[in-house]
Design a binder for this molecule. Sequence first.
Ligand code: SF4
Length: 364
Amino acid sequence: MKGLYVHIPFCGAICHYCDFAKRVPKNDQMIDDYLDALSREIATYQTHFDSIDTIYIGGGTPSLLTTNQLKKLFDALSFIHPIEYTMEVNPESYTTQKGLLMKQYGINRVSLGVQTFNEKLLTYMNRKHTNKDVFNAINHLKSIGMPYLSIDLIYAIPGQTIKDLEHDLAQIKCLDIGHVSLYSLILEEKTYFYHQYLHGKFKPADQDIEADMYALIMDELSQQGFKQYEISNYAKNNETSKHNIIYWSLDDYIGVGLGAHGFIEGYRTHNERALPKYIDHFQKEKIQQTEEMLLQDALIFGLRKLSGVSISHIEDRFNVHIFERFPRLSQRLDEGLVMIENDYLKLTRKGLFFGNQVFMEFIE
Ligand code: SF4
């Protein structure tokens, strides 16, 4: 499998927790200039077009673009015929025209940034949509036959109660969609929340509450018929994100756009994060990965999947004995954070929450 990630770095407002490559555009011209550069960068990967299986347009807020700007973007990608074609949408910037245009250009999966159905918490995080926007967008996307729908939610928001989370999970049922991603709120540097934290005005959620919330999410979504297939991702009817599975399986993906990352033929690529530099020459660096780096990534990314990693495959590919190479892994096995099932090393239910403790074992 090979993927193409396309980054649109523009947002109408900046969420208080966000550390992605994003900015509020000064004007339409700025977006147009960016799309010109992005189209030029996409064209540099022309020789890969026939072998691309998935496209993921993320951000930022791709749905902030006008229909004309979206058309320009979709035209630049129209020589590629992926099996999965996803676009991230924010509920407040979705319009019926944009939905129809997406459908017309072959987009078959929409990932909607909902985050929570508690409007007070939305305001607290500086999100600009309402619940009505969410339901309107999903209902319209369904009415035009958009095949695959997903939403993103955040939990462990300071002030969020178990009851709030139960309400959010109940709304998933009402939406009747096939995929949901649930991430805990992470305090990232260079964000508004981090600034608040440094001034004693932000207190991250208690870890015990976070663990209870994670357990509630796993149980409730399982009851709703979702199958968890990654630490933060759940799908019904096998509607998994093929694009994201590429990342966790260490398959090749191209990353285009401001600050985008790629992984192609053993090289990690990093694009410039500053707009003028990106428009001038796109890429900041291209680093060949050593066997050591690839082994580390194969284990860390692979273990994120509930299916885990094949021990024999990793050992043959990298010519190592995993438990000799990472001796403290046995301790994690004893602690019940990882398990072995038919040649597969996997995180346990407890390990899914404490994944970072396991991943640390692979980092020197
Ligand atoms: S979370 Fe998404 S919408 Fe909010 S600022 Fe970051 S990229 Fe923009």
